[in-house]
Structures are given as C-alpha cells and as structure tokens.
Design a protein. Structure first.
Length: 426
C-alpha cells in the first residue's frame, strides 16, 4: 500500500511540475493587461483598420456564406476536426463588444482569448504575432465600427485529446513563441515592409509551408510548398522557379498577379483565387510592390537534378490526346499554346508539370475560375469535367498534357483521380 501511495504521489507531483512548466511556457513574453483602457477611435484609424483587415483576409474565415460580415461560424476543417471561427462584431454577448484593445492585442500577439483560454492556431496567431500593436489597434477600431451581429459562437468539433486546453498548451510549448517584426538593416524600407506584410497579416507561410503531423510549420521550411490540409490543394513553393517562385519575373508582373490574379507568366486558381478576390486585390500599389520585392528576394531552393521520367505508355498518351482534342484544344490550342489574355498556355506551364499533380487533377474535375478583380473584372473560366470524363479519361488527359509540347512529368494514375474525387465528395 505504501508503494502504491508513493507511486501515486510521484505521478501527481510529476503532473504538477509538467503543468507548471506548460503554464510558464505559455505565458512567456506576456505582460499583464492594464486595469482600464480606452482606445481613441477616429475615422482615420477605422479606415486604416479596414484596409489592414483586408490585408489579413479576416472576413474570409469569420463570415459564413450569406451571413453577416465578421459574425463568425464558418467551419475550418483540420486533420484534428473542425474549428469554428468566432464572432468579431461589436455584439457585447457573442462578439468582441466588451473587449478592450489590449485584450484584442493579446489574442493577435499571444493567441489567448479575453477569458484567458488558449486559441487554436487555425486562427493564424503564429503569423499575426508579428503584427504591431498600432496595426492591431487599428483593426480593433474597425471591427468595433461594423454592425453588431448576435450570432452565437459555435462549439468546435475536435477529437480527443485535441479538444483539450492541455493538448493545446503542449502544442504551443513545442511550436509557438510570441514574436515581433524586425527590420533587416541591410535591406531597403520597401523590402522590410514587404517582409512585414507577407510574414504577418498576409500569413503566406500558413499555406505555402509544409506542416508536420501535429499541424505545425517550421521556419526552416518556410515557403517551400505543401499540401493544404483537408482542402487538398497543393500550395506551391514560393522560393523555387520550377514551382511558384517569382525571382526572375518583372516586379510589375508580380504586382499584377497579386492585384488582378493574372500575369503574363500565369494566373491564380483554387484557394489563391479566393485570397486575391478577398484580400490582395485591395492592396495599395506601394504595399503590393513591397510584397513583390520581398517575394523576389527569397533565398531560392537548390533544385536537385530532375530524375529521368519514364515515358508514359503509348496507350495512355493516345487516349489522352483524343480526350484533349475533343474537350480542350478549342481553348488551349492544338499545341497547348493557349490564347493570351483568355486561356492559359499548357506548354511550358509549371503548374501543369508540378511533381504533385493534385492541382491539375482538381482543375480538370472542378473547373478553373480566376477571381473577378478591378483589374480583370470579366475573367475567363474553365468548366468542370467531373460529370463528363471518367477517372480513366481524366488520368489519360492529364498525363497527356504533362508530357506533350516539351513538357515532361510523371504520368497520372486513375487512383490519384479517384482520391481527388473521394476527398471532395465529387
């Protein structure tokens, strides 16, 4: 009995020490909130906050389709379950009407709610921790100015143990520490502004960086590309010319891509189309250029010599060529040349020859739709073929375009098409 009691007391002591360590790690860098605080809101501050909220794409996650702006409730699927976005309107019960700007800053900078709860990183505070207090205050002032909505916050639907604060505390102890923007003294003010926007409010690494088994990103792998969890779109590397790197582009072309979704070298589709539609098209010219300058300056990946790609079976190429002739050539051309300003070329298109063919398969199945922007208000789109083509035909035609007109990439199998349909319920 004494041995059992001693063992139990040892376990409890160990748990107490672990809890104390986790609490300490999760409070690092935090300052006590002021007892009372009043933010002096002005029209200029609100206007600036509205612009910054656009840069951060806040409405995309905190608004349901057809719902009140910023009223929350949108389900964000993760590998661990569904996280529901919260109400950010000034409703005093369901929203943030009773919050202070310091409490909002704590949420942005430390990932902690008004009541002290740890927030899930589906809210990208690992990036927003880089946002300055001044910008946080401006966003808060803007959110306090939008119409209040009484929409109740929805409970998260996460599996055990991911639905516990203890598990979240462990995750934060391993993968999160509050940060702050720091200017590179050897770089220009334009570069540093771009770095601030890309790494902070823009939270570009949230998609364009691979995640480990616990859903965390690593600074050492920033911008190297990765499959977006659950959405199953591949966010290509922003620091590799063979994926989505823009180092060799004209800066004006990078700006055009951010603001219109279209550039001479390519266009945006999938989740990035939504980003352009809701966020980057509203960038000021100066901020868009600053982001472009920073993205062009990213250290580039050392590309390994491409492995020899086995030629696809002649039967697959023949079948794919027939499907292409019947369904694709009238827009993309018989040589994959496309039509400038209307339909993208497939020959030499790096989105077509990505090592991971997920995006190409998804576009064939679901269609491809560019965002309607002020600079490109009537974009052309590609219809979906999920009801028209079989899995075998989709595999064949994607294999064909990946290996024609000078393109060279591994073929696509029917199992990859089947999985794409299965993941999205097509």
């Amino acid at each position: 009995m004494k041995r059992i009691l001693w063992t139990l007391s040892s376990v409890l002591a160990a748990l107490g020490i672990a809890a104390a360590v986790l609490i300490t790690l999760n409070l690092r860098g935090e300052e006590p909130l002021p007892a009372a605080e009043t933010l002096q809101s002005t029209p200029v501050l609100v206007q600036r906050g509205e612009y910054l909220a656009r840069v951060g794409n806040c409405m995309a996650c905190h608004t349901t389709q057809g719902g009140a702006p910023f009223a929350g409730g949108r389900g964000i699927e993760t590998p661990f379950g569904v996280v529901h976005s919260s109400n950010l309107t000034p409703d005093r019960v369901q929203g943030i009407g009773s919050w202070t700007s310091a409490e909002f800053w704590r949420a942005m900078h430390h990932g902690r709610s008004k009541d002290g709860r740890l927030l899930y990183p589906a809210f990208p505070y690992p990036n927003y921790t880089q946002v300055t207090r001044e910008d946080s205050d401006a966003i808060f002032a803007y959110l306090q100015s939008v119409p209040a909505a009484p929409d109740a916050n929805r409970a998260h639907a996460l599996r055990f143990p991911y639905n516990t604060q203890a598990a979240l505390a462990v995750w934060r102890a391993l993968f999160f520490a509050p940060g702050a923007p720091s200017a590179e003294p050897t770089q220009t003010a334009e570069y540093n502004r771009g770095a601030y926007l890309v790494n902070g409010l823009g939270h570009c690494t949230a998609c364009h960086t691979p995640r480990n088994a616990l859903g965390a990103t690593s600074d050492t792998k920033a911008f190297t590309g990765g499959l977006i969890p659950v959405q199953n779109w591949y966010a290509p590397a922003l620091n590799a010319a063979h994926e989505a790197g823009v180092k060799e582009w004209r800066t004006d072309d990078v700006v055009a891509l951010l603001k219109t979704g279209v550039a001479p070298q390519g266009s945006v589709l999938g989740p990035m189309a939504e980003v352009v539609f809701r966020s980057t098209q509203y960038l000021s010219d100066a901020d868009a250029r600053a982001m472009a300058v920073y993205l062009q300056a990213l250290p580039q990946q050392d590309r390994k010599a491409p492995a020899t790609v086995a030629a696809p079976p002649a039967s697959a190429m023949a079948r794919g060529g027939k499907v292409y002739e019947q369904q694709c050539a009238h827009c993309h051309g018989d040589r994959g040349q496309g039509e400038p300003g209307a339909f993208p070329a497939l020959a030499g298109n790096r989105a077509v020859t990505l090592a991971d063919p997920t995006n190409l398969v998804r576009v064939v199945l679901q269609g491809g739709y560019l965002p309607a922007t002020a600079g490109n208000p009537r974009p052309h789109g590609m219809p979906p073929f999920q009801q028209t083509l079989s899995d075998e035909e989709v595999a064949a035609v994607t294999t064909f375009v990946r290996n024609s007109w000078g393109n060279q990439a591994p073929g696509v199998g029917t199992i990859e098409v089947y999985r794409a349909r299965e993941r999205r319920g097509m």
